[in-house]
Ligand binder design. Structure first.
Ligand code: BGC
Length: 993
């Protein structure tokens, strides 16, 4: 199969797939200049960066099509050859797609409608904690006209305002335009904000307080910049596929670790009166085919997930986020069970709003909305960025179309009211009506930065070709160090430090001293020779922000790429920090700034200690770097990292008679996720290995904190490092070539992702989930398990419906269409999204609207619901635990105590009362604590497990069920290093607690 051309097609694809400066990536430079209002702006890094991105595309194309010929006859023959290639390519794609179609047809499967219909959309305002906000929202929304309501639900279009998402305001009633801005690790496109460590790094710290502090820092910086809604944290992708391009934005493939990290981040962000967004709901596990047309296929990939796996794995962290009171959920690009996530009624109406009791608003990912009425009925509340099926096309699926749909009764007024109430209630819920924290625009409120220029003065609606409105767009407000927030640079350093995982420390090579300190050296001058090897130790020579959205891997790796990346205000590289920290009087540092192995042996041979830096990068699929199209191509270090380590480690200090290196090598890996280390991990010279993840701006400082022992490493892996990519299982690979018109990705491994897969199949990983060394040692003892009586009831308490907390009553009548017509004399900007209709005629019903299947059937609420995150009884403590932790080494340190549960392998089926097999992971993380203990001291650690922690999702019962049989509980320092275990019998009881 000629697979390569697909990539060529990719390169040539129009930039309809969310480029941050979309038109800049186009190959049509004329079109670019005409459309791009930013072309003359003097933006030191962004503009250069855009050019460099363009040249990436161009140079790639030359690589594929050949370099320009010198003579015209050759030019013609080249051209003919190119045309032939192009023709063959088009034919191939056509055949591929039709073969897929044929295959789909042959298989007899109509993929439509595999997701159960769930209607009508549950209304918000059913939870005590939100009831005041809903009352206030109802008062305000009750005064709004139809177009005002629609204005709030729809973005104004890509780059029509200062933020990546901007909603329409209702000035008359003092409701502002909301500014929505990425993203999970800091503030994208914002000047001088902190470039915090990525999600994967904070997860590796396993420090709940730091998770909160990191969220709080983001929230505070967002508020000071005028950002109402942060587009983070991310728990989707969860990390089903270790090579998934965006795993690093989130936390871990373990749902409990991801859920706790998300909840703490949300509490932190929202403590600052900023709304958080949990994303991407759900099943967006890879970048290839995530969107229709972005990868050549007409439809986005469908993640086919069974009900139990959805509940126990992928929806778990979303449930935790909702329990934490998250204001917004972003639905994802992909389809789930062959229904687009942003119009999937089962997921949005059923799971999010009914079962998980979500009270905030669902916003679409940028262009993830694929329908107008259907998405509204399925539970979407906000269209982002407001454009239609293409970037900046001015043809919104909502805006005036939603106005019409309400007027012609396709979308019930009640649904529109609920959308608006949800948004306005979330705004009240997070205190954004308080003008001391959120001054209105006349008092200088609103965003004080522009995503589109670094200049002080700029266009107010740069996305519109006829916008001529300029004003002060960048006020350069300092936010990294404030009286309110303390020093966020210091916080970034602390997180990066705690996110470093020490995985190998042979003979206690680490920590190392700063000075020669009497250490033996071969050099005549008596100075200790230290060699720093590898590009990853040094800054990108073109500048820290040279590649847009960090879409390349040049220099030291501080974060992945895409919308989850930010501009680095500065970057302390490892080499800079090492040069600063080593004692120059007694140590001589040699730099080897590339990954080239040519003659590196000689330089390595002259060292007393070699530090090698390597990395592995990935990012969002709208950018490609070399052949990495978002998702990684493999799990190996990139840019020849393996070769560099092998060569340096084999030669460091020269070789002895046995052919082994005389001096030691320490490897530092910056990475977006699981990286296979097998090519060198067991080499005799490799004595120490640190996995420093994605550290953000404070990279070098964090590293030296650990290297020199100023901080005792405490990071643990938030994923498994296998010995090969195959060890993660046959279903763990990125689907790179379409297997149908709608690429199908079946999550057939079910619950068995990451360590669950390794445990089930008894595969020995290199380093297991939860693993991490310290410079000291710890002991666990005296595990005490206390089951509470509720564990002996199989089901949670019945869902309760409170009469006091009901959605506000709103006028359900269809308003007068006349009031929705364009006001006379109003200036319209091209492509800007407005809620008005041209005339009353256009709002008249035009034929019958074909409602989705099942729309006429009122779906019953689930018993698993009733509160934010699910039935409140699911979170009742079922088991309490206690144990002692002793620091048995001679350095103060932090241990991460991890609690794993193993459910019984058989249970009594609560419907048939028969004993049946229970397919369940060998062990599952359910709780953890990071505890600081002085050398020689002991500390008591307590945990509680909830009913949900000891239940499984029963598909037939459609509820969480506590099984019968032995429940084993183990405490340890990783998923395979369990030190204390105990268990007790769950006796069940058909009844409810
Ligand atoms: C990403 C989202 C992001 C949005 C806005 C999309 O491409 O998938 O995560 O929030 O863009 O930048």
């Amino acid at each position: 199969m000629p697979l390569k051309p697909l990539e060529a097609y990719e390169l040539d694809r129009p930039s309809s797939d969310h480029p941050p400066r979309h038109s800049l990536d186009s190959d049509d430079s004329h079109a670019v200049d005409e459309l791009d209002p930013l072309r003359d702006s003097k933006r030191p890094y962004r503009d250069n960066a855009s050019h460099s991105l363009r040249s990436i595309f161009h140079s790639e194309k030359h690589a594929l099509l050949g370099s320009p010929p010198r003579r015209s006859s050759r030019r013609w023959s080249r051209l003919r050859f190119c045309c032939l290639l192009l023709f063959l390519f088009v034919v191939t794609i056509f055949l591929l797609l039709s073969a897929g179609g044929l295959w789909v047809y042959k298989a007899g499967a109509s993929y439509d409608g595999e997701s159960e219909p769930w209607y009508p959309s549950p209304r918000g305002g059913t939870v005590q904690l939100w009831s005041r906000s809903y009352r206030r929202a109802a008062e305000l929304v009750g005064q709004m006209t139809l177009v005002e309501k629609v204005n709030i639900t729809t973005g104004t279009g890509w780059s029509m305002g200062m933020c990546v998402g901007n909603t329409g305001p209702v000035d008359r009633l003092g409701f502002p335009s909301l500014c929505l801005q990425d993203g999970p690790l800091g503030l994208r496109f914002v000047d001088n904000a902190t470039a915090l460590p990525a999600g994967i790094t904070i997860a590796a710290s396993w420090n709940k307080q730091l998770m909160y502090d990191r969220g709080r820092a983001q929230g505070l910086e967002a508020r000071l910049k005028g950002i109402n809604v942060i587009l983070g944290p991310s728990v989707g992708p969860l990390g089903r596929l270790p090579a998934g391009g965006r795993n690093w934005e989130g936390f871990s493939p373990d749902p409990v670790l991801a859920g706790i990290a998300a909840a703490r981040t949300i509490h932190g962000i929202q403590s600052q009166s900023v709304m958080a967004t949990i994303k991407h709901f759900i099943g967006n596990e890879q970048e290839h085919f995530r969107q229709s047309w972005e990868w050549g296929t007409p439809n986005a990939l469908s993640s086919n997930i069974d009900d139990r796996t959805l509940h126990e794995l992928y929806a778990w962290p979303f449930a935790e986020a909702i329990r934490a009171g998250v204001a917004s959920v972003m639905c994802s690009y992909n389809q789930v069970n062959n229904s687009y996530a942003c119009q999937n009624s089962k997921l949005m109406n059923g799971v999010l709003k009914d079962e998980l009791g979500f009270q905030g608003f669902v916003q679409s990912d940028w262009l993830a909305q694929r329908s107008g009425v259907a998405s509204a009925l399925a539970g979407l509340d906000m269209s982002m960025p407001g454009d239609g099926l293409g970037w900046q096309d001015g043809k919104s699926l909502w805006g005036s179309e939603l106005t019409k749909a309400v007027l012609n009764s396709s979308v019930p007024v009640e649904r529109l009211n609920d959308m608006v109430l949800r948004i306005v209630a979330a705004w009240y819920q997070h205190g954004q009506d308080d003008d001391r924290r959120w001054p209105n625009s006349t008092l200088g409120g609103g965003p004080n930065f522009s995503s589109w220029t670094n200049d002080e003065i700029g266009d107010l609606h740069p996305g519109s070709p006829d916008s001529k409105d300029t004003g002060i767009v960048n006020k350069f407000v300092p936010v990294r160090q404030t009286a309110e927030g303390g020093n966020h640079d210091a916080l970034a350093r602390r997180i990066a430090t705690e996110g470093i995982v020490l995985v190998k420390n042979e003979g206690g090579i680490l920590p190392i001293p700063r000075s020669a300190n009497g250490l033996a050296t071969k050099a005549k001058d008596g100075k200790l020779r230290i060699g720093i090897f590898g590009e990853d130790a040094y800054p990108n020579p073109k500048g820290n922000n040279a590649c847009p959205d960090r879409g390349c891997n040049d220099g030291t790796l501080a974060m992945g790429w895409g919308s989850g990346a930010v501009e680095l205000p500065y970057l302390v590289s490892p080499a800079e920090a090492l040069h600063r920290e080593f004692d120059n009087a007694t140590v001589q540092v040699t730099d080897w700034k590339t990954n080239s192995v040519r003659k590196v042996d000689g330089t390595a041979a002259a060292q007393d200690l070699c530090l090698v830096f390597i990395n592995s990068d990935a990012g969002e699929g709208f950018i490609r770097w070399k052949t990495v199209m978002g998702d990684r191509n493999d799990l190996l270090p990139q840019k020849g990292g393996d070769e560099l380590v092998k060569e340096v480690a084999a030669n460091c200090g020269g070789r002895n008679e046995d052919g082994n290196p005389v001096s030691d090598t320490i490897v530092v890996l910056h990475t977006v996720g699981p990286t296979v280390l097998e090519r060198w991990i067991d080499l005799p010279g490799v004595m120490g290995v640190l996995i420093a993840h994605l550290p953000g701006e404070e990279s070098g400082n964090a590293l030296t904190d650990v290297l020199f022992g100023d901080y005792n490493p405490s990071g643990h892996l938030p994923y498994t490092i296998g010995k090969s990519e195959d060890d993660y299982g046959p279903d763990s690979k990125i689907l790179k070539y379409p297997n149908g018109v709608t690429p199908q990705q079946n999550f057939t491994e079910g619950l068995y992702v990451d360590y669950r897969f390794f445990d089930k199949h008894n595969i020995t990983p290199r380093y297991e989930f939860g693993y991490g060394l310290s410079y000291t040692t710890f002991k666990l003892s005296g595990l005490f398990i206390h089951p509470l009586s509720i564990v002996n009831t199989s089901l949670p308490a019945p869902r309760s419906y409170s009469d006091d907390v009901v959605p506000p009553h709103m006028d359900p009548r269809i308003p007068d269409p006349e009031a929705a017509v364009w006001p006379k004399g109003m200036r319209r900007l091209a492509k800007y999204i407005y809620p008005y209709i041209d005339d009353v005629e256009s709002a008249k019903p035009n034929g019958r609207y074909d409602y989705p299947k099942g729309y006429d059937h009122y779906h019953k609420s689930t018993e698993a619901g009733g509160g934010e995150g699910g039935n409140p009884d699911l979170f009742t403590t079922a088991v309490s635990l206690q144990l002692s932790l002793t620091n048995t080494g001679n350095m103060v340190g932090e241990a991460v105590v991890q609690i794993y549960v193993s459910l019984p392998s058989t249970t009594t089926d609560i419907i048939s009362n028969q004993t049946v097999a229970l397919d369940t992971p060998v062990r599952q993380l359910r709780a953890f604590e990071k505890v600081l203990v002085e050398s020689g001291s002991r500390s008591q650690v307590r945990f509680s497990l909830s009913r949900k922690d000891v239940s499984y999702w029963d598909v037939r019962v459609q509820n969480w069920v506590v099984p019968t049989g032995e429940l084993r509980v183990c405490a340890g320092f990783s998923s395979r290093d369990v030190r204390q275990c105990g268990g007790f019998e769950l006796i069940g009881g058909g009844g409810r607690s």
